[in-house]
Write a protein that binds this ligand. Structure first.
Ligand SMILES: [Zn+2]
Length: 458
């Protein structure tokens, strides 16, 4: 009986404690958004990364400069420690601008796919066979394919609301098309650019050569010229295309992941990772992909330090190298973390463009309800309560094998992402400062809540 009275006596105190932690959390989150939207630190960092450094393909001068500058900048943002992690990366060079034209006809706008082999020095002049699915190659057979250029022309499906699903439904042409066509004696593949917009920009991306066939050259063709070529082939199936590209793969070269940390005050051994990838394609300025994710993750460090918030758990910003054409940085990071017995409790990635955040995707059987129930009132004012089961991101995916690590990805609006993805259009001007900053503050919010309460969401 006495115990019951004791507990009843304690109740107002418990309610007060809960209320005051809610008020404190609410104020801190308000602070993140206010500071991000007024100071625009991520946006100004992105301006430097895009305009002073530019694109950052693994092994390039730009990638090197970006490693040095971001590590310096993270020190200025107040990180307790900043260090570089060595990693060997592929070193692919595009070389002189690619040429393609219909023989006795118009030029075609193309660009080599990343990691592609070159055409022979004198170029390829050959007939073209249009296909829409890899499975079609089998029925066409060597007879119809040998000695020709295979033209993969399946467009992204415009009816998917999430454009990443449309991308996922098409990208096999780009990644596997060359190896599959090579089996039947094709000389090379031209692949319709992975974009929903009709324009004259080719969109690169990596081609993956399989050991079962000889590597043949691969290039992306702009969507407008893909349509044009398709029409011309209907009129004249015997037309020929001339195509020359000089790209080459050099030996692997030394590069770095950039890592910055704020040590946790109560559970320093528990790490919450937030990151993006520092490398980009050698097209545009790598603004949406993934300069945006990098400067947002950097701003998380800035916001904690600027607002004087001491996280309970360790916060680690990681800028991964080589996501685009090898993923070597991500693999190296997880390998080292495992070797050093580091305890990552959560990994959060931002690599879907710097657009208005809509929420987060979460892996591993957690559901939105668990988080919503816990933090709904805090997240709702920022439209951040949509947390759906899905995909964290490529750079944190090596952590999937550790069953107790929570993997999450920032999910921005996806409608315009593939207008810019891997193309000359992916420049600083394509980023809206408020959209980018809302993403940075959203990441800081999630990192803060996980660092306060851990990942035991159930
Ligand atoms: Zn990316």
């Amino acid at each position: 009986m006495k115990n019951v009275f004791f507990l009843i006596g304690l109740l107002p105190l418990l309610l007060f404690a809960q209320h005051s932690s809610y008020e404190r959390d609410k104020n801190i989150i308000e602070g993140f958004f206010r500071e991000a939207l007024i100071q625009k630190t991520a946006y100004e960092d992105l301006r430097y990364l895009c305009k002073k450094i530019g694109h950052r393909l693994s092994g390039s001068v730009g990638a090197d400069k970006a490693v040095k500058w971001t590590s310096q900048r993270l020190k200025e943002h107040g990180a307790d420690t900043v260090w570089l992690q060595e990693v060997m990366v592929p070193n692919w060079k595009r070389g002189n601008k690619e040429i393609a034209k219909i023989v006795n006809g118009k030029n075609l706008t193309i660009c080599a796919l990343g990691n592609s082999v070159p055409t022979p020095f004198e170029g390829i002049t050959a007939e073209v066979i249009e296909v829409f699915r890899i499975e079609q190659l089998d029925s066409l057979g060597r007879e119809k394919i040998q000695g020709k250029i295979v033209f993969f022309n399946r467009p992204m499906d415009p009816t998917f609301i999430n454009t990443f699903r449309a991308y996922g439904g098409c990208v096999d042409q780009r990644s596997s098309g060359a190896s599959e066509a090579s089996k039947y004696g094709a000389l090379g593949v031209l692949v319709r650019s992975m974009t929903l917009s009709l324009d004259n920009y080719p969109h690169t991306g990596s081609v993956n050569y399989q050991s079962f066939s000889k590597p043949i050259p691969a290039a992306a063709i702009s969507t407008l010229d893909a349509n044009y070529l398709s029409e011309q082939l209907k009129k004249n199936p015997k037309l020929q295309v001339f195509w020359k590209q000089e790209c080459k793969m050099l030996p692997d070269t030394l590069s770095h992941n950039v890592i910055a940390e704020i040590k946790g005050a109560e559970f320093p051994e528990e790490i919450i990772l937030v990151g993006g990838h520092l490398d980009s394609w050698d097209k545009g300025e790598g603004a949406h992909d993934d300069g945006a994710g990098c400067v947002q993750a950097m701003e998380v460090i800035y916001l904690f330090k600027k607002l004087g918030i001491k996280p309970k758990r360790t916060i680690r910003c990681v800028l991964f190298m080589n996501e685009e054409n090898g993923m070597k940085g991500a693999l190296k990071y997880e390998e080292e973390a495992t070797k050093n017995k580091e305890k990552h409790i959560a990994c959060i990635e931002s690599d879907r463009g710097g657009f208005t955040p809509k929420g987060f995707q979460i892996e591993g059987g957690y559901s939105n309800e668990e988080i919503i129930r816990k933090w709904y009132k805090l997240l709702e004012p920022y439209d951040l309560y949509k947390i759906v089961e899905g995909y964290g991101g490529l750079d944190i995916s090596p952590f999937r094998k550790h069953k107790d690590v929570l993997l999450m990805g920032l999910e921005p609006d996806s409608q315009r992402y593939f207008d810019y993805h891997h193309a000359d259009t992916d420049v600083f001007e394509a980023i809206h400062p408020r959209e980018l900053e809302l993403g940075a503050a959203s990441l800081a919010t999630l990192v803060y809540l996980l660092s306060e309460y851990g990942t035991n969401l159930r």
